[in-house]
Ligand binder design. Structure first.
Ligand SMILES: C[S@@+](CC[C@H](N)C(=O)[O-])C[C@H]1O[C@@H](n2cnc3c(N)ncnc32)[C@H](O)[C@@H]1O
Length: 299
């Protein structure tokens, strides 16, 4: 007798043979892939576009000065691997150096902590959920052809309440985030992350919030509540940006006092004559210099 399988497809309970089950799953997958290619509504295409945009802005000095990726909530490494794939593709196509892009990934590597607030309380989340070890994630990163000895992938282990200190923020201030993924589920974790990030955020930073719709748009729960509270402080604003697919999960940060105005610009292109003392030959060089660290203005 043929074996039959009871399954639920799009909410409908069906009893199917293995052959029909395979066909149904293939159709579902094809549909998903079809939608994705039509609308490019997936996180990988967001990362690719974000890398392109942020690299361009950094070169024009109109946004975050370098393209550093921060991820809060690594879990099994799904979003991290998607980012790495997009980064490899982007670097290959635009002939950029892969190891000039830094990645900072923060997680307990022990799964979710205890819930701290009713605003965290979604049915499917519990303490220890999504527990994957640091070594497991390292192996997954290495499998993507990343050489960890280059020192551009930083995996920061521990609960945010302990690891996200002012000292760590100070250490990272030369690597401000440019693309941020927040996939740590809870309101309380998202709130801790956003408050920690606030002082180093630069206008133009792009955020991907994976769990924003977990509470069906309720503004008092989950990531959405943390974003609303962040915006109340009025020092800077997270605004949904409809630039890419997944627009309902993507936000852009801007400071209250916008920093990239013409009046504010502290970077000018200077044409200076530099005397090379060893050869005494004159070289004409076009350099970018900020009034603060330009040797010509210092002396
Ligand atoms: C849903 S998983 C992330 C999934 C992952 N982005 C992926 O695509 O596979 C959520 C992660 O957030 C982490 N997390 C949540 N709150 C945290 C906290 N306060 N400190 C450290 N890690 C936390 C958990 O350890 C867990 O790995």
């Amino acid at each position: 007798m043929k074996q039959r399988y009871v399954c639920r497809i799009s909410g409908e309970k069906l009893t199917l043979s293995l052959y029909s089950l395979r066909r149904a799953m293939r159709d579902k997958l094809l549909l998903k892939l079809g939608f994705q290619s039509l609308f490019r509504d997936n996180v990988s295409s967001f990362y690719f576009h974000a890398l392109n945009r942020q690299t361009n802005l950094a070169e024009r000095r109109c946004g975050p000065p370098s393209v550093n990726y921060y991820e809060f909530g690594v879990g099994l490494g799904g979003t991290l691997i998607n980012y790495i794939k997009a980064l490899r593709k982007f670097c290959k196509r635009s002939k950029k150096e892969l190891y000039s892009y830094h990645i900072f990934a923060f997680d307990s590597f022990n799964g979710l902590p205890k819930k701290k607030s009713p605003k965290d309380d979604y049915k499917e989340w519990y303490e220890g959920c999504y527990s994957h070890s640091l070594s497991e994630i390292k192996q997954r990163v290495i499998k993507q052809g990343i050489d960890l000895r280059q020192g551009t992938v930083h995996l920061i282990k521990g609960f945010y309440e302990k690891t996200l200190t002012p000292e760590l923020r100070n250490e990272l201030k030369d690597y401000p985030p440019s693309i941020v993924t927040i996939d740590c589920d809870y309101y309380s974790s998202t709130k801790t992350v956003l408050e920690w990030l606030r002082p180093i955020l630069v206008s133009g930073t792009l955020f991907y919030f994976d769990d924003i719709w977990s509470f069906h748009g309720n503004p008092h729960y989950g990531e959405l509540a943390a974003i609303n509270e962040f915006n109340k402080a009025e020092e800077g604003q997270l605004t949904p940006i409809p630039l890419f697919g997944l627009s309902s999960k993507i936000f852009i940060y801007s400071r209250r006092e916008f920093e990239f105005t013409r009046e504010n610009q502290d970077d000018r292109e200077l044409n200076v004559e530099i005397v090379d003392s060893s050869t005494t030959s004159l070289q004409r060089k076009s350099i970018y210099a900020s009034p603060l660290n330009c040797p010509l203005l210092k002396c």
